[in-house]
Design a protein around this ligand. Structure first.
Ligand SMILES: Cc1cc2nc3c(=O)[nH]c(=O)nc-3n(C[C@H](O)[C@H](O)[C@H](O)COP(=O)(O)OP(=O)(O)OC[C@H]3O[C@@H](n4cnc5c(N)ncnc54)[C@H](O)[C@@H]3O)c2cc1C
Length: 364
């Protein structure tokens, strides 16, 4: 059994490790895009996914910073806390730097005898994949921009959030730092995501109609919304264009698209990679079933994967868009709507239980 993964991002490296645990040979195609190693971006991984990765021998527990509370504020309700989730001894999310996660996964991949890393960029390679003239049982494509995606997977629902995400790391005085904060400000959501007792990552998604802000202005705004840290320094500000997309058909012949290539969403709920890890669980189970039945790895797995995941991914990403749209709308009306709704929700244990499950386990 031989599977080809096209792409060298986090999702591809995780799936590569998961597949070799089943004794499947994996070829990972590293295309010409260089991964920025020094980026300050972080990623929050839900507890359920951390547990799954551990079972797959990707134990992140010594590298991540667990958080047990999330507090949500709204700027125009006098910076009042409108919602909170979690309990003191219960992990909700764990935060890790993207670059560190890639390093951990890369190290494992390089030691793994079942994995071959191939540098490829020639058109002939993509043509052979499209024409099904290759040695692989299945091909999994993570890259939205290569020839395969452009030729065979161009039917997508696009969503332009008309926003930029600004990210930075702040170094601050020591504090317990087990609670993440998200403030729905008049510019867009700003999240403070703890990385250690001394370091916190900030993701500020700002609507572009509020101009293209300079770094000094972003730092000024972060200082304004920061109510918890005695900040010593800020790292360089990085900027990401926020665009969403949902692929209409996940597979063609024996090629399956995966990761952000099938669902790219707004980072406000920190769910992009979490959705992909849930997809990895599903495809991993489908492959196990096929192997247990003594059947070959073929297109039927891809069909089943699409059937099991597409509607859930659609619902999940639409829910995130709805939250984003609601706050954009609410801000225009001086937060009149959110004041009333969140007063009700904060005291509703049913809502809290299910929204925590929604973030941890997705929709089931
Ligand atoms: C600011 C921000 C914060 C986030 N926070 C969280 C969080 O807390 N929790 C969470 O679960 N998710 C979060 N996400 C989403 C998460 O980072 C992504 O879902 C995840 O990194 C996607 O990984 P991937 O391997 O599928 O895709 P990619 O990393 O995009 O890689 C896929 C492949 O495409 C190639 N590629 C990518 N872009 C290009 C390009 N422009 N040109 C050519 N090739 C390209 C890559 O080299 C790679 O081979 C966040 C996203 C952003 C922008």
């Amino acid at each position: 059994m031989n599977i080809c993964l096209i792409g060298y991002g986090v999702s591809s490296l995780i799936l590569g490790n998961v597949l070799t645990n089943k004794n499947i040979r994996v070829s990972i195609i590293k295309e010409n895009k260089v991964i920025k190693k020094n980026t300050n971006r972080t990623v929050g991984i839900a507890k359920n996914n951390i547990d799954f990765l551990k079972k797959q021998k990707i134990d992140l527990n010594n590298y991540v910073w667990p958080i047990n509370k999330i507090k949500i504020f709204n700027e125009s309700v006098e910076n009042k806390e409108i919602l909170n989730f979690g309990q003191k001894n219960n992990n909700l999310f764990s935060i890790i730097k993207n670059s560190q996660l890639i390093n951990i996964l890369e190290k494992k991949i390089k030691k793994n005898k079942l994995i071959k890393i191939i540098k490829k960029k020639e058109i002939n390679f993509y043509n052979s994949i499209i024409e099904n003239n290759h040695e692989f049982d299945l091909v999994i494509n993570f890259n939205e921009y290569n020839k395969i995606s452009k030729e065979k997977f161009y039917r997508r629902h696009y969503k332009d959030y008309k926003s930029l995400a600004y990210t930075t790391l702040i170094k601050h005085k020591e504090c317990d730092n087990k609670c993440a904060y998200q403030i729905f400000s008049k510019y867009g959501p700003v999240a403070f995501l703890p990385l250690s007792k001394f370091e916190t990552s900030v993701v500020f998604s700002i609507l572009k109609d509020n101009n293209n802000f300079f770094d000094e202005k972003i730092i000024k705004l972060i200082k304004k919304y920061n109510k918890n840290y005695f900040v010593k320094s800020f790292s360089k500000i990085e900027k990401f264009e926020l665009k969403g997309s949902l692929l209409k058909n996940y597979y063609y012949k024996n090629i399956l698209c995966f990761g952000d290539n099938i669902h790219k969403i707004h980072p406000l709920a920190g769910q992009g990679l979490n959705m992909t890890i849930r997809d990895i669980k599903i495809i991993s189970d489908l492959i196990d079933n096929q192997i247990n039945l003594g059947l070959p790895l073929d297109k039927s797995i891809l069909r089943e994967f699409e059937k099991e995941t597409k509607h859930l991914n659609y619902l999940y990403s639409q829910s995130i868009n709805l939250i984003n749209g609601f706050f954009n709308f609410d801000n225009k009306f001086k937060n009149n709507y959110s004041k009333k709704i969140f007063n009700f929700l904060e005291n509703n244990s049913f809502f809290k239980k299910y929204s925590t499950m929604f973030a941890d386990k997705g929709i089931f």
